[in-house]
Design a protein around this ligand. Structure first.
Ligand code: IPM
Ligand code: MG
Length: 356
């Protein structure tokens, strides 16, 4: 079959890690007889430099007609002083909204071979954890009304957190559906002891849970959740939460796995369309040096195969190859204990490819 993929390499280390992932994907295509057709488009700082805006219409259109989108990372110090609507980050938020990608799936898995890179003690880690954050992605405070007003006391700025029942219901459904394929446990994270929007969130999540009697549901306030993921990460299966809380908790969980350079993500909407990207940023400090870890992007491609193209076997093949590379001791500098023994982005890609 043919699959059309829009590719947004982005800024910083984005192009390096995406090249690695495409190399792996094309190899899977050869082995399993699929044709992946890539259409490279610009978004983020690199788009701003060419078009004067971070998310050109051409890019939105190309992503809309593609079967899936692969994205590296956007942003960099060069664009930090631009007004907020021109900043590279706007491109990601805009793409999520334009493509209707309301569900962000962020798996946080501790790879056995990397347990020593986790900041947690081995007695806390036990035999590892496997947490999947299901983050609402097109609502809440990142998309609410915002503004700056002047009054007698000077300037004041505001961003509004607002959720509709519909928005909560659909993301809750996604979380329960994923839970059914995993360990059947959903922890919904909110701040309903203080926020009205969280009280509605909790009510709707409870309603949706009635359709999934096999799934155990519990609720945590976000401050407690931030503590619990460090104290005992093994207690979690699915964490269902809002845009803002999910942004923060997923970074916290990523570091528990040893390196943010390891974690992939999928942003999904209605139908199979999805955008797949590593959860790390553009890492301008190491950009262009060929030493970025390509694993998060390679695992994002595996999520693309499984979630958008229904090619589970091919996805597992990539995941097994990544596991094997780690088990055999191959490390990029972010996960190496001794930097002299680390390998480059290209070398890591080559090793993973050789295990497919
Ligand atoms: C992420 C990033 C983005 C977000 C930024 C770049 C807009 O932090 O994907 O987690 O906040 O969603
Ligand atoms: Mg983030």
């Amino acid at each position: 079959m043919d699959y059309k993929i829009a590719v947004v390499k982005g800024d910083g280390i984005g192009p390096e890690v995406v090249d690695g992932a495409i190399d792996i994907l094309s190899y899977i295509g050869e082995k399993f007889n699929h044709k992946f057709i890539y259409n490279e488009v610009l978004a983020g700082g690199s788009a701003y430099d060419v078009y004067g805006q971070p998310l050109p219409r051409e890019t939105i259109d190309a992503c809309k007609i593609a079967d899936a989108v692969l994205l590296g990372a956007v942003g960099g110090t060069k664009w930090d002083s631009l007004p907020s609507d021109k900043r590279p980050e706007r491109a990601i938020l805009g793409l999520r909204k334009e493509l209707g990608l309301y569900a962000n799936i962020r798996p946080g898995i501790l790879f056995n071979a990397l347990s020593e890179s986790s900041p947690l003690k081995s007695e806390v880690l036990g035999d590892g954890f496997d947490i999947c954050v299901v983050r609402e992605l097109t609502g809440g405070i990142y998309f609410g009304e915002r503004g700056i007003k002047e009054n007698d006391l000077g300037k004041s700025a505001y961003d509004i957190e607002e959720y509709s029942e519909m928005e909560v219901r659909r993301i809750a459904k996604t979380a329960f559906e994923f839970a059914m394929k995993r360990n059947k446990k959903v922890t919904s994270v909110d701040k309903s002891n203080v926020l009205e929007s969280s009280r509605l969130w909790r009510k709707v999540v409870e309603e949706v849970s009635k359709d999934y009697p096999e799934v155990e549901l519990n609720h945590l306030y976000v401050d407690n959740a931030a503590m619990q993921v460090i104290r005992d990460p093994k207690q979690f299966d699915i964490i269902l939460t809002s845009n803002l809380f999910g942004d923060i908790l997923s970074d916290e969980i990523s570091v528990l796995t040893g390196s943010i350079g390891m974690l992939p993500s999928a942003s999904l909407g209605q139908g199979g369309k999805g955008l797949f990207e590593p959860i790390h940023g553009s890492a301008p400090d190491i950009a262009g040096q060929g030493k970025a870890n390509p694993i998060a992007t390679i695992l994002s491609v595996a999520m693309m195969l499984r979630n958008s193209f229904n090619l589970g076997q091919e996805a597992s093949c990539i995941e097994a190859a990544v596991n094997r590379a780690l088990d055999e001791g191959y490390r990029t500098c972010d996960i190496a204990r001794n930097e002299e023994n680390s390998i480059s982005t290209k070398e890591m890609t080559k090793v993973i490819k050789s295990y497919i």
